[in-house]
Design a protein around this ligand. Structure first.
Ligand code: ADP
Length: 432
């Protein structure tokens, strides 16, 4: 970019110099002509006034021409050798207009002959002539100055150009160096949308990288705990330090930790598949009402043990393009949470409704609710309100993150309403 600006500016500079030189030459030449003819006119005035045609003026040739064009007197050339002058342009013009001018080539290349003719009262013509500079000689005589001026101007131009190019590109370079700078003060107006977009993308990339790093750290941490438990219990048993009862208890703990590891790995796999975009582009239509009913039936047996009643209300048919796996995953995670974070004698109502052509899946519970300050964050990976409770109940902290991901993929809006100690309503609305 700098190179381009540099060369463009230099071209403009050069062009300016050339144009200036040409214009100045034309102007000066016009002035010179004017001056020469004005001098000649003064001399002609003088000659006519004094009627002294034979007056000798240095460098000036005076010719006296009769009204028929015959040359009567010439201060420089022998009259006998001169042809009729009636057709000379300045004489023709003087006969017509009173005075006439013309410029003709001289023997010397660098000079021209300037003729000025004046008609007198008796019809004869007085012509005065002078040899003076022409355009070529003017240009040649000023050439050294022009060259010096051009060189000086080009040097100034070069420095100015370099400075200007640096000034123009500085905000862009600054931006490239430090993408996080939020002040847009010294950024060009025209570039602002572009800059905003780049910054946005940059921030998105950064936050994606951060999220991934955080996720990896969390995964490692989450996997470590059950693994440490398993190896701890196994070590105790290996050392023969456990009684029969202990062995039973330890085995139970090992099985629990293994189950936990399994569900963690399953959830992590699901999320990373979705992250990597390993999802079918065209998902098949699924009756979400049927899926909701089946999931309620499946989970209500376990819920009964915890004195939680799960029921389904709503329509029988509501087809959405979601794919069987996603539909089951979504229904399972939301209903399981509603049971898991419920209270004894609590209630879970699952519903699927069609409103204005839009399908809404809602899970409502009378459970422990989610305090306001946690509501924004519970869709984050591994975020739990009460870590130990979630772990104790077999939660991985990934269920809602998976639900959110499915909503994004299937273009659904997810809404959460919750009050601590009263209960939670989560509804998913497909935009159709
Ligand atoms: P988990 O496996 O821990 O349940 P989720 O991602 O499914 O992970 O949920 C994140 C957290 O949100 C839970 O740990 C819990 O604290 C809270 N939560 C989710 N659903 C509900 C609900 N229906 N009632 C109360 N709290 C809930």
């Amino acid at each position: 970019m700098k190179k381009k600006i540099n060369s463009r500016f230099m071209c403009i500079g050069l062009l300016s110099i050339v144009i200036t030189t040409v214009v100045m030459t034309i102007v000066f030449y016009a002035r010179l002509k004017e001056q020469v003819f004005s001098d000649l006119s003064d001399i002609a005035d003088f000659v006519v006034a004094t009627s002294d045609y034979e007056i000798q003026i240095e460098d000036i040739r005076i010719t006296y021409i009769a009204h028929n064009g015959e040359v009567i007197y010439d201060s420089k050339v022998d009259v006998d050798a001169m042809e009729n002058h009636g057709e000379r342009p300045e004489v023709v013009e003087a006969n017509k207009e009173g005075d006439g001018k013309s410029i003709r080539k001289s023997d010397t290349l660098s000079e021209s002959l300037y003729y000025y003719a004046r008609k007198t009262d008796d019809g004869s013509v007085i012509r005065v002539c002078k040899e003076a500079d022409n355009v070529v000689s003017m240009l040649l005589s000023t050439l050294p100055q022009i060259i010096v001026m051009a060189v000086v101007l080009m040097i100034i131009c070069m420095y100015l150009t370099r400075y200007l190019a640096a000034e123009i590109t500085r905000p862009i370079e600054n931006m490239v160096e430090d993408m996080d700078r939020t002040d847009e003060g010294d950024i060009y107006e025209e570039l602002e949308p572009f800059v905003r977009k780049i910054r946005m993308q940059h921030e998105e990339i950064l936050s994606a990288v951060n999220m991934r790093q955080e996720f990896t750290a969390n995964v490692t941490h989450e996997l470590k705990t059950p693994l440490a438990a398993i190896s701890g219990y196994a070590e105790l048993m290996e050392a023969g330090m456990a009684s029969d009862d202990d062995v039973k208890h330890f085995s139970q703990e090992i099985r629990k930790s293994a189950a936990r590891l399994l569900s963690l790995i399953e959830d992590i796999l699901k999320l990373s598949q979705m992250d990597a975009g390993e999802v079918e582009k065209v998902l098949e239509y699924v009756n979400i009402a049927q899926v909701a009913k089946d999931t309620v039936e499946m989970l209500s047996i376990g819920a009964k043990k915890n004195n939680v009643r799960v029921s389904y209300v709503g329509c029988d048919e509501a087809d959405i393009r979601i794919g069987k796996e996603f539909a089951e995953e979504l229904a399972y995670n939301l209903i399981e949470n509603a049971i898991r974070y419920n209270k004894p004698n609590g209630h879970v109502i699952v519903s699927v409704k069609v409103k204005k052509g839009k399908i809404i899946f809602t899970v409502k519970d009378t459970g422990i609710g989610i305090p306001k300050e946690h509501q924004e964050r519970i869709f984050e990976r591994f975020y739990r309100v009460d870590k130990s409770r979630s772990k104790e109940l077999g939660g991985t902290g990934l269920g809602l993150a998976i639900v959110k991901h499915i909503c994004n993929i299937t273009r659904a809006d997810i809404k959460l309403q919750s009050e601590a100690d009263k209960g939670t309503v989560i509804s998913v609305k497909w935009l159709g």
